[in-house]
Design a protein around this ligand. Structure first.
Ligand code: PEP
Ligand code: MN
Length: 367
């Protein structure tokens, strides 16, 4: 029996009662009424295990709503009293942790803008030395696996036992579809390296828009994530932060009901299970590969337009030879054969040229 496979299948501190673990709640706590109503309606869906809300909000630009602050903490206590569910909030500095502990918050999460900063993570970890509270660490804004792991390790080192990771996607200039590109392979690699660490997906911050939430949530389930964190608001369009990605508790309930949760098939827990997992990972990587190639061709077409406007030839031999040499060397450093990398780069390049030729032809036709 393959041990890696077994480890992937067993439960962890978060999923011991059920999988997926469902975390939902507003992006931000705005008013007591909004928090309590959201929590009650979420509770009524029967599809939530933990209620979330942002009390202090890290905003990209100043003058945005920066959270209600400490006065929102008693609202979270009321949520616990009303629903009996544990509650979670984001902490970004030592004073947030102290207040969270004082007000009986059950689980802390560290936001993407904090994980990027080892000083900030260490400050939070230092106040948690000897404190038995679970901590979920979101991925950093940039796709840096070492930084994400480093954040988790800082909590491990001060003795936090119940740790988890939240995958919320990565910022990418010019990204067209997602608010934060998922780059699933990073989460998959983290799961591979730390198989006992619960991995939660946050489709709300990946998508940034409601219409993609279902698909991304399903994808996370198909990738065997341990849980989901989704933003829900009683009147999403009026939300004070992240309005376009929030959904009502009832829409949330329907989204969860529509998920296909593939139970682990005992038949698969054989030596083939590892093969199955690996094939799934390969499929997702191939998916990404196609997306990346499509983005590359889009840029090639832009270059084609520029060349046309500026009367530059499509093929510039000097640049092409430099590219080929560079990537053959890089590929060989990673154990790829010279023949494969030459064929691959040449074929990508051929496709670029033919796309650029089409641009030139089309523009000629329309002249
Ligand atoms: C949030 O969960 O509301 C939040 C601010 O998320 P992130 O840190 O992923 O941007
Ligand atoms: Mn948000």
């Amino acid at each position: 029996m393959n041990t890696q496979t077994m480890e992937n299948k067993k439960t962890n501190w978060l999923t011991q009662h059920n999988r997926p673990v469902l975390i939902a709640g507003p992006c931000s706590a705005e008013t007591e009424d909004q928090v309590l109503q959201t929590a009650t309606r979420l509770f009524r869906t029967g599809k939530v295990d933990i209620i979330r809300a942002g009390i202090w909000k890290p905003r990209t630009r100043p003058n945005s709503f920066e959270g209600v602050g400490t006065r929102g903490l008693p609202w979270m206590q009321k949520v616990k009293d009303l629903t009996g569910l544990p509650v979670t909030i984001e902490v970004a500095k030592a004073s947030h942790v102290e207040l969270a502990l004082e007000f009986g918050i059950d689980i802390l999460w560290v936001g993407a803008r904090t994980t990027v900063n080892p000083f900030a993570v260490q400050e939070i970890a230092d106040v948690l030395r000897g404190v038995d509270i679970p901590v979920l660490v979101k991925n950093p804004i940039n796709p840096d696996l070492a930084l994400w792991m480093g954040g988790i390790e800082r909590f491990e080192k001060v003795g936090v036992k119940r740790l988890g990771a939240i995958h919320r996607g990565f910022s990418n200039f010019g990204e067209q579809i997602y608010r934060n590109r998922p780059q699933w392979q990073l989460a998959i690699e983290l799961k591979r390296r730390l198989p006992d660490l619960p991995m939660i997906c946050d489709p709300s911050h990946i998508c940034g828009r409601r219409d993609l939430l279902q698909k991304v949530s399903q994808k996370a389930m198909d990738l065997n994530f341990d849980g989901l964190m989704l933003e829900s608001h009683i009147t999403p369009d009026q939300a004070w932060s992240d309005a376009s990605q929030q959904i009502t508790p009832e829409v949330y309930g329907a989204l969860i009901s529509d998920l296909v949760i593939r139970q682990e098939d005992p038949e698969l827990i054989t030596d083939h299970a590892n093969l199955y997992e690996l094939r799934k990972q390969i499929n997702f990587i191939d998916d990404e590969l196609i997306n990346i190639l499509a983005s590359r061709m889009k840029i090639a077409r832009e270059i084609g337009k520029f060349k046309k406007e500026n009367n530059i030839t499509i093929l510039q031999n000097k640049r092409w030879n430099e590219i080929l040499d560079k990537y053959v060397n890089r590929g060989m450093e990673h154990g790829l054969s010279e023949k494969f990398i030459k064929n691959f780069i040449t074929s990508v390049h051929d496709e670029s040229i033919s796309q650029q030729e089409q641009i030139m032809m089309n523009e000629k036709d329309s002249e």
